[in-house]
Design a protein around this ligand. Structure first.
Ligand code: F6R
Length: 617
């Protein structure tokens, strides 16, 4: 999970930047680099592997100055080697940039830059940014304008920081979409910038956070913020408490809120280094699954609890559709009590955020004893589930502190998508063109998620209005169909656990077999009705609810005007390939549950009776 640290001021900058990067090491990375302005020229030091390698290199070839920019990289495009490490420089070496995020259209941009005679020295998507900055620099009349112009060419979420030897008093940072944060720390006669607060917290507690679509000119005197279309912004200065736990919460009111809004970034991290967007291949080293073994499975059994089990239900669609392997999902707490039929031709998939859930661990033991190959999808590295599995896919979404699971849900769905592609690759279950399309679809996911996670006043207003209106209701019904049926289960679980409102999730087609009896004016029904193969069927369910005076809140695809005539309230998500729609449609349900719980004054991060890690049966 990439990290950025920058400094401009009067102190020696190298040590400050390296120290900041060390504070971000816990996030994981596979190469690191630093650019420093020394004697009027930019000097770059980069190395693969741990920061200690970079520190050794700096000891042999020291650089220092008062303007510096550092980065720890977790590879997405191209191997984790010295050439691909950030910062990246333009041909003249006068401009450098670091980036977190993905340039979705980097292939087109690289081809057109190459056609203009520009040589590329790395395999990264980031390098296009620095060449575009160089091309725009003169016409734009400075780095800030060049950054603003360059971002206009980029598709996909990006957080970038750039510097140039031609403007020795400044860094320019910008944020496009949700590629993670940009925190600007205000000191006295010095200013810091970082992707994460802990990197600079020991120097200052006064911070500004860039919003999506803003850029900042950072000088020793402070930071000037403007929108990417040029409107100056009077940014709020936050006072961050010293307590490291509160500090980690940053600008957010609750960890759950932070974790909801982190998801576009955590999904980028989940994909990093595992999806080769050029070849369309999966690189899941810890899966430790030979081609022969992958071809030997005749079924997959997924075991998990709670939210992780619902992620498994989404995965059932993905694994069957992409890998073409019959898949069943079992509550881990039930699994071992019915003498399950498992043998060495079974791939047992355990999904567990904590990796310590006792029921899931017991199910894994049971399956291992029966000869299954066990793969676990875990968030907590080194947890028991990871230790006792044959193969592991980590979620890489960082610590999930809110008791109600949010970012682990989306990360484990994406991990299953990667697993399905890896199995399809080994078993030749789908053709290369189809696999390629599925991989390309993934690259757009963080940007689409970022759109649903719009935190602007207008983006928040939808949820605040609904929370105001619905926080007093006592029951909710959630309906979904097809791959979005598990999202109805997850939406209901989120609402009930943090707001204590009774909520049921149902496959929409089952409504008429019972729950329809409950529908009246007091029963809000949340219907996930995105435009996919079961859309018409969802519309007819909505009509049945309306015929009984139920209130419908629809989660619909952007641009679907028809649904507005059927539902009472509509929340939209962008159009997406159908296998990825659950990752988008769950986001409004998390936001809605969160705002309703806040309205009710509930303890969102630590709901009553619940534990983050359930280590008792
Ligand atoms: C719901 C929630 C729980 C967990 C469940 C499994 O928001 O957090 O339902 O999903 O206890 O936990 P893990 O994934 O740690 O095994």
């Amino acid at each position: 999970m990439c990290g950025i640290v920058g400094y401009v001021g009067s102190r020696p900058a190298t040590a400050i930047v390296i120290d900041g990067l060390q504070h971000l090491e816990y996030r994981g990375y596979d190469s690191a680099g630093i650019a420093v302005l020394q004697d009027g020229a930019i000097h770059v030091r980069r190395d693969a592997g741990k920061l200690s390698n970079l520190i050794k290199l700096l000891a042999q070839q020291p650089i220092d100055g008062h303007l510096a920019l550092g980065h720890t990289r977790w590879a997405t495009h191209g191997k984790p080697n010295q050439q691909n490490a950030h910062p990246h420089s333009d041909a003249s070496g006068e401009i450098v940039v670091v980036q977190n995020g993905i340039v979705e259209n980097y292939r087109e941009l690289r081809e057109s830059l190459q056609a203009e005679g520009i040589d590329f020295r790395s395999e990264t998507d980031t390098e296009v940014i620095v060449h575009l900055l160089a091309l725009n620099y003169s016409a734009a009349g400075g780095l800030a304008e060049a950054v603003r112009k360059t971002l206009g060419y980029l598709k996909g979420p990006s957080a970038i920081v750039a510097m140039t030897s031609r403007e020795p008093d400044r860094l320019v940072a910008a944020r496009l979409g949700n590629a993670g944060g940009v925190a600007i720390g205000l000191g006295s006669g010095e200013t810091f910038v970082a992707s994460d607060i802990p990197a600079i917290l020991e120097h200052t507690r006064r911070m500004i956070f860039l919003e999506d679509g803003q850029y900042a000119v950072i000088t020793p005197a402070g930071a000037q913020i403007a929108t990417l279309d040029g409107q100056p912004v009077a940014a709020e200065i936050h006072d961050i408490p010293w307590n490291p736990v509160s500090a980690a919460k940053g600008e957010y009111r609750h960890f759950m809120q932070k974790e909801i809004f982190e998801q576009a970034r955590s999904i980028t991290d989940t994909m990093r280094g595992r999806v080769d967007f050029d070849s369309g291949e999966m690189i899941l080293e810890q899966l430790r699954l030979s081609r022969e073994r992958a071809r030997s499975f005749d079924r997959i059994v997924t075991v998990a609890c709670g939210t992780s089990a619902y992620a498994g239900l989404v995965g059932e669609f993905l694994l069957e559709h992409i890998a073409r392997i019959p898949t069943d999902v079992d509550y881990a707490s039930e699994f071992r009590y019915r003498d399950p039929i498992i043998d060495e031709r079974t791939l047992l998939l355990a999904i567990t955020q904590s990796g310590e859930t006792v029921d899931t661990l017991a199910a894994v033991e049971e399956a291992r004893n029966k000869g299954a190959f066990v793969v676990s999808i875990v968030n907590a590295i080194g947890s028991q589930a990871a230790r006792i599995s044959d193969g592991v896919i980590t979620m890489r979404c960082g610590p999930e502190i809110g008791v109600a699971s949010t970012k682990a849900f989306t990360a484990s769905v994406v991990d299953q998508y990667l697993l399905a592609l890896a199995l399809a690759q080994a078993r030749d279950s789908i053709g290369p063109a189809h696999r390629r399309r599925l991989v390309d679809d993934l690259a757009h996911l963080p940007r689409l998620m970022g759109q649903v996670l719009d935190q602007s006043p207008a983006g928040n207003a939808v949820y605040l209005d609904l929370a105001e209106r619905f926080h007093g209701y006592r029951n909710f019904l959630f309906l979904g169909r097809g791959i979005n049926y598990p999202i109805a289960l997850e939406g209901a679980l989120k609402l009930k656990e943090i707001s204590y409102i009774h909520a049921e999730g149902y496959p929409a087609g089952e409504m008429k077999h019972g729950p329809i009896a409950l529908i009246d004016r007091e029963m809000p029904v949340v219907a996930i009705a995105v435009q996919d193969s079961v859309y018409d069927k969802m519309i007819s369910q909505i009509e049945q609810v309306k015929a009984r005076h139920g209130i419908v809140i629809a989660i619909a695809t952007e641009g679907d005007d028809f649904i507005a005539s059927k539902a009472d309230h509509v929340i939209t998500v962008p159009k997406a390939p159908s296998l990825l729609t659950p990752v988008l449609s769950v986001l409004p349900l998390q936001r809605l549950a969160y705002e309703i719980a806040v309205w009710r004054g509930a303890d969102v991060d630590q709901p009553r009776n619940l534990a983050k890690s359930v280590t008792v049966e």
